[in-house]
Design a protein around this ligand. Structure first.
Ligand SMILES: C[S@@+](CC[C@H](N)C(=O)[O-])C[C@H]1O[C@@H](n2cnc3c(N)ncnc32)[C@H](O)[C@@H]1O
Length: 221
């Protein structure tokens, strides 16, 4: 996909920037504060950070970015690149193409930490979940990395917005039952459930629009 076509990408592009402009200081705030807490606690021992799908950095802060000496950003949306530079004028971003084959990460950036910025639950690959999940985990083995990613999204409001921490993976049904304990649930599965089943994980609700909520998972390796 060309970089200009990313303006109409289903997981980003112009529509996403307009939503961010409209909601990031209101509806998105609890979620953004939760991501800030996760990033605050994530302390990779490297000075080089690779951001993957950061958009304009709506979920990032200068304080977090300042912890790194070098920042590469795999972000194909040209408008996102412009806005990212504007939002963080003190940071020099080394922009790179979209992530295709994850093996480029350790090959091109062996000394870096990788942050998947709500990318893994988007349409970033044509491979099926059963193919990309094990392949990605194999590539990331031994590297510092973290990811926050959509797990499911729905029009139904959850029981509450309190974040959840778990010591390991539980079934998707049990997890959904925690946030939506009863009633019918029509959802979009973002196909990220099941990553690294033995790792601790965290969950937060992102009220994307007044009538759409996402359940987001945080994982780190
Ligand atoms: C849901 S948005 C990210 C949200 C953003 N991290 C935030 O918190 O506001 C997904 C982003 O991934 C980018 N993207 C899509 N496919 C990609 C790929 N294969 N590699 C890197 N970035 C990609 C899109 O341009 C978009 O900016």
């Amino acid at each position: 996909m060309s970089t200009t076509r990313y303006l109409a990408h289903p997981s980003g592009g112009l529509a996403y920037h307009l939503r961010a402009w409209r909601y990031r200081d209101t509806l998105w705030l609890p979620y953004l504060e939760q991501v800030a807490d996760w990033l605050q606690a994530w302390r990779p021992a490297t000075r080089h950070l690779v951001l993957i799908g950061p958009s304009a950095g709506y979920s990032l802060s200068a304080g977090f970015l300042d912890r790194f000496e070098r920042i590469s950003a795999m972000e194909p949306d040209l408008l996102a690149r412009v806005l990212l530079r504007q939002r963080f004028p003190g940071v020099r971003f080394d922009f790179q193409d979209a992530l295709g084959d994850p093996r480029v990460l350790p090959r091109n950036y062996p000394d870096a930490a990788y942050l998947f910025c709500n990318l893994l639950g988007q349409q970033w690959t044509t491979a099926s979940r059963d193919t990309w999940q094990p392949a990605l985990i194999e590539v990331l083995n031994g590297q510092p990395w973290a990811s926050y990613h959509d797990l499911v999204s729905t029009e139904r409001q959850p029981r509450g917005y309190t974040a959840l921490s778990l010591p390991a993976l539980i079934s998707l049904d049990d997890l959904l039952g925690h946030f939506w304990p009863s009633g019918e649930l029509h959802l979009h599965d973002h196909e990220t459930h099941g990553l690294l089943p033995h790792r601790p994980r965290r969950y937060a609700i992102w009220q994307l629009t007044p009538d759409r909520v996402h359940l987001v998972e945080w994982l780190q390796g």
